[in-house]
Design a protein around this ligand. Sequence first.
Ligand code: SF4
Length: 202
Amino acid sequence: MSQELLVSEMFISILGEGVYVGNPAAFVRLYGCNAKCDFCDTKYAWDASEGKGMRVTVDEVAKWIKSTNLGTVVFTGGEPTLQVAALRALCQAVWGFTYNRIIETNGSTIDKFPDCLMTVSPKQGMPFVRKEGFELKIVYPLEGVDPLKLEEGTAFNYYSIQPLDVPDEKKRQANRDACVKFVLANPEWRLSVQVHKILGCR
Ligand code: SF4
């Protein structure tokens, strides 16, 4: 019997943010998160009042990923790295038929996931201990969050800044403007826009 994962949902879509934006991908959203961000888009993946996880074996998830015939898989959440042993087993299980295995994490855990691309998005009030990986992605602007401070002592292939999404259009535009200004002043950083929201995708 293979290990079980607590899963919120599995679906196919395009990658809406980060370096691989536009790539078709299989998404596995794991249930549970150790942060409770106000602006979280996916509260249903950790808030028991909004949703709950389903137990699925590693073999079943791997079989589904294979059936999508997509070479890119994104493990997201919630905070997927909290299920370290089962997620490692899943990454191994899909290694032969995927070429991009992306793990989206808030950077508060340090466990290694060999042959995976770690996309780290640190959150307010959470320890930021995963200092290396594929991409550092900062939601901006947020009170008390200084991307240049977070960058110190890190080693990522890419550094991205992403406008904080808020309901108020004026504030949303101000956040976009702040990100553009930041990138122009710090050209080693790149802008990440949540394209899936513009397209109306998941
Ligand atoms: S870390 Fe991510 S998934 Fe967890 S509450 Fe914050 S935004 Fe939501």
